[in-house]
Design a protein around this ligand. Sequence first.
Ligand code: PLP
Length: 478
Amino acid sequence: MEPSTPPLGDMSPDEFRRHAHRLVDWIADYLHHNDHYPVLSRVKPGDIARQLPSAAPERGEPFDRVLDDFERTIVPGLTHWNHPGFFAYFAITGSAPGVLGEFLSAALNVQAMLWRTSPAATELEEVALGWLRQLVGLPPDFEGVIYDTASIASLHALAAAREEAVPQVRREGLAGRDLPRMRVYCSEHAHSSIDKAVMMLGLGHESLRRLPSDREFRMDVAALRQAVAEDRRAGVRPIAAVATVGTTSTTSIDPVPAIAELCEREHLWLHVDAAYAGVAAMVPGYEHILAGADRAQSLVVNPHKWLFTPFDLSAFFCRRMDTIRQAFSLTPEYLRNSEAGQVRNLMDTGVQLGRRFRALKLWMILRHFGAEGLRARLGEHMRLARLFAEWVRNDPEFELLAPVPFSVVCFRAKPVGMPENDLDRYNESLLEKLNASGEVFLSHTKLNGVLTLRLAIGHIRTEERHVRRAWDLMHELA
Ligand code: PLP
């Protein structure tokens, strides 16, 4: 007997329609009634993998069964980032228009490595980033490109800084030759992606100098000035500084105008990491947060953090995109094309060749909510954070540990009479209990050596009642 051959081709259109309808119904319910899931998954390490077969099925399975298993096996192992009680790290949102954009982009599966491999993907990226640039108030000499994450955007920024400082490195490399140590500066509160970037670029971790910050966690510019002078005297070559607008722990804002002035004088590449907070510049009264950023060479802002965009989409804006191209463009024969020179080929602006059609979801989000809708939602998150901070400030058993410039509150419980030495342990245990409740998920940081709880508001469906519930829970569990 002939061995039976599996059918070829894809799922039939009718089957696809049926499963897609089931899936869309599931997603619609999930987006609107996911409050009953515990925000932080309760599974133990290995629980999910243990329930799954150790090899792929030999015979294809009905898709209904796959979806059933998704609900039964996978969902319990999810931590629900798309939940209004998610207050950890930076709270994010996969908004409905963004989810639809992702769905469509997966179906199209276009790949904008070259303009011709999907002209609309390349051009929509330019248009959507142009809209975003205007919304946050950056001038038109900033050209935009989408990367997956801010970490990758900052890596490209520092690669460009290296390219400007020592262009021969592209050809000759860094090893086995006579080059001085290079230096990149940032504050002690800059994100760890900056450390990884200098490590990746072959500059060495020691090439990153983290400068102290002031009492409000902002970079001390006098310390930067002194460090640059000291390094020059020691024969070290300063190449770049990274200023953060919205640091990861406290969302503090480095003094960008003063840093920009110093960078101009010292011929340093200035990169502004506004991954979380940059979008707030579109809210009336917050334009000043990007003051001085127009003098930077590059800036990153993450719509996937606080602009309701499903992960991932990071917007990189650069006034010297030609330097990025100089560092990264390389066209093998099989990618040569007659439009080169007349169009943007996005493979030239980064390390990756293939790229997803991320602009589609951003365009849909910007159109669906409109600038007005986005401003209102960001403004509301900041109002809720101020409200929570007010509750903390007025409660003698709690303490605010940092200013609240945006939508993140840093605080701790401080029961009257409890010795300072016991407070870290007490707050750690409070955090564990809060997160075990399943109603909320908060994370922590350390500020001035002190364990600090962080309440980060950023989910599109977080309302005052959710924030109130987090506060009440703290009292119930404290
Ligand atoms: N920069 C800042 C200030 C951040 O807070 C973060 C992440 O929280 C990053 C960069 C890294 O972001 P991504 O996950 O997009 O690489």
